[in-house]
Design a protein around this ligand. Sequence first.
Ligand code: CS2
Ligand code: MG
Length: 412
Amino acid sequence: MQIVSADVIVTSPDRNFVTLRVETDEGVVGLGDATLNGRELAVVAYLREHVVPLLIGRDPARIEDTWQFLYRSAYWRRGPVTMAAIAAVDVALWDVKAKVAGLPLYQLLGGASRTGLLTYGHASGKDLEELFDSIRAHQAEGYRAIRVQTGVPGLKSIYGIASNATFDGNAGKRYDHEPAQRGALPAEEDWDTRSYLRHVPTVFEAVRAEFGPELPLLHDGHHRMTPIQAAQLGKSLEPYDLFWLEDCTPAENQEALRLVRQHTTTPLAIGEIFNTVWDYQLIVREQLIDYVRSAVTHAGGITHLRKIMDYASQYQIKSGFHGPTDISPVGMAAQMHLGLAIHNFGIQEYMQHGEATDRVFRQSFTFTDGFLHPGDQPGIGVDLDLDEAARHPYEQAYLPYNRLADGTVHDW
Ligand code: CS2
Ligand code: MG
């Protein structure tokens, strides 16, 4: 069998998505997600100009060899653009291999290690009343674990707060927070860590008082604290028994987590912006995190994320794969198959896509009573409607950025 075509499909139903579609000489189609929020076209160019020419004529069954070829022959390694491009090829080839085998992908990855994938959803509110309503709304949808993000008094706009009418076609319906905003320039937001550190513990105290001790609660620090501030927050949240505190500090300097670990037992999750196992080497080896947050789409596909999870399993570190709306249904489905098969699964993030997206990407995965399941269709279980995709051309969109009160640029 040979790959005879490889197309890069760009569509923007509710938001921008980039999908690689490979086809073999026997008509078997494989899909891979290559969406890099706010930098989508960089991956499109990398794929179209540099990778697609290398795929034509290749044997789609040689997945590991193709991975190594794309990683090593590029000479310039790692990084979000390269690893998203390699991820799209990898997942598309796994999709083809599973379809040729007539099996759902998880069966090729060792079979199911569980009956479903515990998920968490994004509850948020600019104040406690709105937040409580959002938590109840997510529980009513079946979510058994809830990520809590709130507004901070004194700050105009802040990460993670759903606003009405996020998606043009669904005005009035309150949607999960979609961070990328359509427009020619990124929006500037304001930030103040001391106000945030004073406010967040009071929110979790109120949520525990209202919803009790059992409900698993998660929070995303979104890379905004210094190590000692992250340690302070982790410690002040200990009484509220969080499932995890995520991205508490930028982790380019992996050693930064030593100081956080020194001061708090709040479980830590990191890695949604990590792209390779090398980004995890020290923090896994020194047991400085409890959950791996990478997504299949951004960490070199199924082939590489499985290696990261194998490494993490030696340290009893579990998965917490990144699952916001900027991971397309193709990327979500692929990581559900991996999550179902690996032993050290922890939890899966699940922000639900908009209706227009669901018309472009027909999915066979299910969300029942708080658990996701990839389904049992051969392959990864997602089909791309090319005509529907063509109806939604790309629209420039950027993630916001932060400035402090004195004008300094800060992590968003
Ligand atoms: C976030 C994301 O879901 C999360 O944990 O950190 O919403 C993140 O902001 C976006 O994926 C950025 O594109
Ligand atoms: Mg996050």
